[in-house]
Design a protein around this ligand. Structure first.
Ligand SMILES: Nc1ncnc2c1ncn2[C@@H]1O[C@H](COP(=O)(O)OP(=O)(O)OP(=O)(O)O)[C@@H](O)[C@H]1O
Length: 249
Protein backbone atom coordinates (compact mmCIF):
# COMPACT_ATOMS: atom_id res chain seq x y z
CA UNK A 1 0.00 0.00 0.00
CA UNK A 2 1.51 3.35 -1.00
CA UNK A 3 0.03 6.40 0.68
CA UNK A 4 -3.53 5.16 0.15
CA UNK A 5 -6.42 7.49 0.93
CA UNK A 6 -10.15 6.83 0.56
CA UNK A 7 -12.81 9.46 1.05
CA UNK A 8 -16.56 8.96 0.93
CA UNK A 9 -17.90 12.48 0.51
CA UNK A 10 -16.76 14.21 3.69
CA UNK A 11 -15.73 10.99 5.47
CA UNK A 12 -12.05 10.13 5.43
CA UNK A 13 -12.05 6.33 5.68
CA UNK A 14 -8.30 5.95 5.00
CA UNK A 15 -5.55 8.52 4.95
CA UNK A 16 -1.86 8.15 4.00
CA UNK A 17 -1.76 4.42 4.66
CA UNK A 18 1.45 2.68 3.56
CA UNK A 19 2.79 -0.74 4.45
CA UNK A 20 4.27 -3.85 2.88
CA UNK A 21 3.03 -7.38 3.29
CA UNK A 22 6.03 -9.68 3.70
CA UNK A 23 5.63 -12.68 1.42
CA UNK A 24 4.57 -16.02 2.92
CA UNK A 25 3.82 -14.45 6.27
CA UNK A 26 0.59 -14.17 8.21
CA UNK A 27 -0.17 -10.47 8.52
CA UNK A 28 -3.05 -9.07 10.56
CA UNK A 29 -4.90 -5.80 10.25
CA UNK A 30 -6.47 -4.64 13.49
CA UNK A 31 -8.24 -1.53 14.78
CA UNK A 32 -11.44 -0.47 16.53
CA UNK A 33 -14.79 -0.32 14.72
CA UNK A 34 -14.76 2.20 11.89
CA UNK A 35 -10.93 2.28 11.74
CA UNK A 36 -10.92 1.58 7.98
CA UNK A 37 -10.06 -2.14 7.86
CA UNK A 38 -12.87 -3.21 5.54
CA UNK A 39 -12.28 -0.19 3.32
CA UNK A 40 -8.63 -1.21 3.00
CA UNK A 41 -9.63 -4.79 2.19
CA UNK A 42 -12.09 -3.56 -0.41
CA UNK A 43 -9.31 -1.51 -2.02
CA UNK A 44 -7.01 -4.54 -2.13
CA UNK A 45 -9.68 -6.66 -3.78
CA UNK A 46 -10.55 -3.73 -6.09
CA UNK A 47 -14.14 -3.31 -4.93
CA UNK A 48 -13.12 0.26 -4.07
CA UNK A 49 -10.69 2.53 -5.89
CA UNK A 50 -8.57 4.71 -3.61
CA UNK A 51 -9.06 8.46 -3.92
CA UNK A 52 -5.25 8.71 -4.04
CA UNK A 53 -2.18 6.52 -3.58
CA UNK A 54 -1.30 3.21 -5.18
CA UNK A 55 -1.48 -0.52 -4.43
CA UNK A 56 1.24 -2.74 -5.84
CA UNK A 57 1.10 -6.51 -6.12
CA UNK A 58 4.39 -8.16 -7.08
CA UNK A 59 5.66 -4.73 -8.12
CA UNK A 60 2.73 -3.86 -10.42
CA UNK A 61 -0.08 -1.44 -9.69
CA UNK A 62 -3.41 -3.25 -9.46
CA UNK A 63 -5.52 -0.11 -9.80
CA UNK A 64 -6.21 -0.44 -13.51
CA UNK A 65 -7.53 -3.98 -12.97
CA UNK A 66 -11.27 -4.46 -12.35
CA UNK A 67 -12.44 -6.50 -9.34
CA UNK A 68 -13.47 -9.48 -11.49
CA UNK A 69 -9.90 -9.81 -12.82
CA UNK A 70 -8.15 -9.75 -9.46
CA UNK A 71 -8.33 -13.51 -8.72
CA UNK A 72 -6.45 -14.33 -11.91
CA UNK A 73 -3.32 -12.48 -10.75
CA UNK A 74 -3.39 -14.39 -7.46
CA UNK A 75 -5.42 -12.36 -4.96
CA UNK A 76 -8.23 -14.27 -3.26
CA UNK A 77 -10.57 -13.24 -0.47
CA UNK A 78 -13.30 -14.28 1.89
CA UNK A 79 -16.03 -11.99 3.21
CA UNK A 80 -17.05 -11.07 6.76
CA UNK A 81 -20.68 -12.05 6.15
CA UNK A 82 -19.97 -14.87 3.71
CA UNK A 83 -20.59 -14.50 -0.01
CA UNK A 84 -21.50 -18.04 -0.95
CA UNK A 85 -24.26 -19.23 -3.27
CA UNK A 86 -26.59 -20.55 -0.57
CA UNK A 87 -28.68 -22.68 -2.94
CA UNK A 88 -25.72 -24.41 -4.57
CA UNK A 89 -23.82 -27.40 -3.23
CA UNK A 90 -20.43 -27.15 -1.56
CA UNK A 91 -18.87 -28.71 -4.67
CA UNK A 92 -20.45 -26.17 -7.02
CA UNK A 93 -19.40 -23.25 -4.83
CA UNK A 94 -15.81 -24.47 -4.84
CA UNK A 95 -15.92 -25.16 -8.59
CA UNK A 96 -16.85 -21.51 -9.12
CA UNK A 97 -13.65 -20.59 -7.26
CA UNK A 98 -11.41 -22.50 -9.64
CA UNK A 99 -13.22 -21.25 -12.74
CA UNK A 100 -11.38 -17.93 -12.81
CA UNK A 101 -8.10 -19.73 -13.39
CA UNK A 102 -9.30 -21.42 -16.57
CA UNK A 103 -9.66 -20.10 -20.10
CA UNK A 104 -13.37 -20.90 -20.38
CA UNK A 105 -15.58 -18.52 -22.33
CA UNK A 106 -19.31 -18.37 -22.82
CA UNK A 107 -19.42 -19.57 -26.44
CA UNK A 108 -17.09 -22.56 -26.05
CA UNK A 109 -18.84 -23.57 -22.84
CA UNK A 110 -22.32 -23.34 -24.42
CA UNK A 111 -21.22 -25.38 -27.43
CA UNK A 112 -19.42 -27.84 -25.12
CA UNK A 113 -16.36 -27.74 -27.38
CA UNK A 114 -13.84 -30.51 -26.59
CA UNK A 115 -11.33 -28.27 -24.85
CA UNK A 116 -14.13 -26.68 -22.86
CA UNK A 117 -15.18 -30.16 -21.64
CA UNK A 118 -11.62 -30.98 -20.58
CA UNK A 119 -11.44 -27.67 -18.72
CA UNK A 120 -14.65 -28.63 -16.91
CA UNK A 121 -12.97 -31.87 -15.85
CA UNK A 122 -9.94 -29.97 -14.59
CA UNK A 123 -12.19 -27.63 -12.58
CA UNK A 124 -14.04 -30.56 -11.06
CA UNK A 125 -10.82 -32.37 -10.18
CA UNK A 126 -9.32 -29.26 -8.60
CA UNK A 127 -12.47 -28.53 -6.58
CA UNK A 128 -12.59 -32.10 -5.22
CA UNK A 129 -8.92 -31.88 -4.25
CA UNK A 130 -9.49 -28.68 -2.26
CA UNK A 131 -12.61 -30.17 -0.66
CA UNK A 132 -10.55 -33.13 0.57
CA UNK A 133 -7.78 -30.75 1.67
CA UNK A 134 -10.21 -28.84 3.89
CA UNK A 135 -11.92 -32.02 5.07
CA UNK A 136 -15.30 -31.15 3.55
CA UNK A 137 -15.94 -34.45 1.72
CA UNK A 138 -18.82 -35.46 3.99
CA UNK A 139 -20.80 -32.32 3.02
CA UNK A 140 -19.62 -32.01 -0.57
CA UNK A 141 -23.10 -32.52 -2.10
CA UNK A 142 -25.06 -30.65 0.56
CA UNK A 143 -26.69 -27.28 -0.10
CA UNK A 144 -24.46 -24.63 1.48
CA UNK A 145 -27.40 -22.81 3.11
CA UNK A 146 -28.20 -25.92 5.19
CA UNK A 147 -24.74 -26.12 6.77
CA UNK A 148 -23.63 -24.67 10.13
CA UNK A 149 -21.96 -21.25 9.97
CA UNK A 150 -18.51 -22.63 10.89
CA UNK A 151 -18.67 -25.12 8.01
CA UNK A 152 -19.82 -22.41 5.60
CA UNK A 153 -16.75 -20.37 6.55
CA UNK A 154 -14.58 -23.36 5.68
CA UNK A 155 -16.38 -23.63 2.32
CA UNK A 156 -15.63 -19.98 1.64
CA UNK A 157 -11.96 -20.60 2.38
CA UNK A 158 -12.07 -23.63 0.04
CA UNK A 159 -13.56 -21.50 -2.71
CA UNK A 160 -10.85 -18.84 -2.28
CA UNK A 161 -8.10 -21.51 -2.29
CA UNK A 162 -9.51 -23.13 -5.43
CA UNK A 163 -8.36 -20.06 -7.37
CA UNK A 164 -4.75 -20.76 -6.25
CA UNK A 165 -4.14 -17.38 -4.66
CA UNK A 166 -0.69 -16.12 -3.71
CA UNK A 167 -2.26 -13.56 -1.39
CA UNK A 168 -5.26 -14.65 0.65
CA UNK A 169 -7.39 -11.94 2.27
CA UNK A 170 -9.48 -13.21 5.17
CA UNK A 171 -12.17 -10.82 6.43
CA UNK A 172 -12.94 -11.65 10.08
CA UNK A 173 -12.59 -15.41 9.66
CA UNK A 174 -13.19 -16.03 13.40
CA UNK A 175 -16.43 -14.02 13.66
CA UNK A 176 -19.29 -16.24 14.81
CA UNK A 177 -17.06 -19.24 15.62
CA UNK A 178 -16.87 -20.92 19.04
CA UNK A 179 -13.61 -21.38 21.01
CA UNK A 180 -12.81 -24.80 19.60
CA UNK A 181 -13.52 -23.64 16.05
CA UNK A 182 -11.27 -20.59 16.48
CA UNK A 183 -8.38 -22.83 17.60
CA UNK A 184 -8.95 -25.09 14.58
CA UNK A 185 -9.09 -22.05 12.31
CA UNK A 186 -5.74 -20.79 13.62
CA UNK A 187 -4.14 -24.18 12.93
CA UNK A 188 -5.74 -24.28 9.49
CA UNK A 189 -4.49 -20.81 8.49
CA UNK A 190 -0.94 -21.69 9.58
CA UNK A 191 -1.09 -25.05 7.80
CA UNK A 192 -2.39 -23.52 4.58
CA UNK A 193 0.27 -20.80 4.66
CA UNK A 194 3.09 -23.33 5.16
CA UNK A 195 1.77 -25.88 2.73
CA UNK A 196 0.75 -23.58 -0.12
CA UNK A 197 3.39 -20.89 0.49
CA UNK A 198 0.71 -18.23 0.77
CA UNK A 199 0.85 -14.68 2.01
CA UNK A 200 -2.11 -14.03 4.31
CA UNK A 201 -3.72 -10.77 5.38
CA UNK A 202 -6.48 -11.11 7.92
CA UNK A 203 -8.77 -8.53 9.41
CA UNK A 204 -9.71 -9.78 12.82
CA UNK A 205 -11.19 -8.60 16.11
CA UNK A 206 -10.35 -11.86 17.88
CA UNK A 207 -7.13 -10.71 19.56
CA UNK A 208 -5.94 -14.05 20.89
CA UNK A 209 -6.13 -15.50 17.37
CA UNK A 210 -4.28 -12.49 15.90
CA UNK A 211 -1.58 -12.62 18.55
CA UNK A 212 -1.08 -16.37 18.30
CA UNK A 213 -0.77 -16.80 14.52
CA UNK A 214 0.46 -13.50 13.08
CA UNK A 215 4.02 -12.71 12.07
CA UNK A 216 3.26 -9.01 11.62
CA UNK A 217 0.40 -6.75 12.69
CA UNK A 218 -0.70 -3.38 11.29
CA UNK A 219 -3.02 -1.29 13.48
CA UNK A 220 -5.36 1.37 12.10
CA UNK A 221 -7.37 4.02 13.89
CA UNK A 222 -9.54 6.71 12.27
CA UNK A 223 -8.19 5.66 8.85
CA UNK A 224 -4.53 6.08 9.76
CA UNK A 225 -1.83 3.54 10.47
CA UNK A 226 -0.90 3.93 14.13
CA UNK A 227 1.42 0.94 14.58
CA UNK A 228 3.14 -1.87 12.72
CA UNK A 229 5.39 -4.66 13.98
CA UNK A 230 5.37 -8.03 15.69
CA UNK A 231 2.26 -8.93 17.70
CA UNK A 232 4.08 -8.15 20.97
CA UNK A 233 5.30 -4.75 19.70
CA UNK A 234 1.85 -3.73 18.51
CA UNK A 235 0.11 -5.04 21.63
CA UNK A 236 2.37 -2.88 23.82
CA UNK A 237 2.19 0.23 21.63
CA UNK A 238 0.66 3.09 23.68
CA UNK A 239 -1.30 4.43 20.68
CA UNK A 240 -2.85 1.01 20.12
CA UNK A 241 -3.76 0.66 23.80
CA UNK A 242 -5.31 4.15 23.74
CA UNK A 243 -7.25 3.39 20.53
CA UNK A 244 -8.80 0.30 22.06
CA UNK A 245 -9.47 1.88 25.46
CA UNK A 246 -10.75 5.07 23.85
CA UNK A 247 -8.45 7.34 25.88
CA UNK A 248 -6.60 10.42 24.64
CA UNK A 249 -2.81 10.28 24.49
N1 LIG B 1 -19.42 2.84 1.33
C1 LIG B 1 -19.25 3.75 2.30
N2 LIG B 1 -19.85 4.97 2.24
C2 LIG B 1 -19.66 5.90 3.20
N3 LIG B 1 -18.90 5.70 4.29
C3 LIG B 1 -18.28 4.52 4.41
C4 LIG B 1 -18.43 3.48 3.44
N4 LIG B 1 -17.69 2.40 3.85
C5 LIG B 1 -17.11 2.75 5.00
N5 LIG B 1 -17.46 4.02 5.35
C6 LIG B 1 -17.01 4.76 6.53
O1 LIG B 1 -15.58 4.69 6.53
C7 LIG B 1 -15.10 4.51 7.85
C8 LIG B 1 -14.28 3.21 7.91
O2 LIG B 1 -15.18 2.10 7.85
P1 LIG B 1 -14.73 0.58 7.71
O3 LIG B 1 -15.96 -0.23 7.50
O4 LIG B 1 -13.65 0.48 6.70
O5 LIG B 1 -14.12 0.30 9.16
P2 LIG B 1 -13.74 -1.10 9.85
O6 LIG B 1 -12.43 -0.86 10.52
O7 LIG B 1 -13.81 -2.18 8.86
O8 LIG B 1 -14.89 -1.25 10.93
P3 LIG B 1 -15.55 -2.63 11.56
O9 LIG B 1 -14.50 -3.19 12.45
O10 LIG B 1 -16.72 -2.08 12.31
O11 LIG B 1 -15.91 -3.53 10.40
C9 LIG B 1 -16.30 4.52 8.77
O12 LIG B 1 -16.47 5.85 9.23
C10 LIG B 1 -17.44 4.13 7.85
O13 LIG B 1 -18.65 4.65 8.31
Amino acid sequence: MRDVAVRFGGIVALSGVSFDLPSQQINALIGPNGAGKTTLFNCLSRLYTPTSGDILFEGQSILSRPAHRIAEIGIGRTFQNLALFQNLSVLDNVRIGSHCRTRGDYISDSLALPWSRSTEKEIDHKARQIIRYLDLQSVMHRRVGDLPFGTQKRVEMARALAADPKLLLLDEPAAGLNHGEVDELGDLIKHVRDDRKLTVLLVEHHMSLVMSISDTVVALNFGRKIAEGTPAEVQNNPDVIAAYLGTDQ
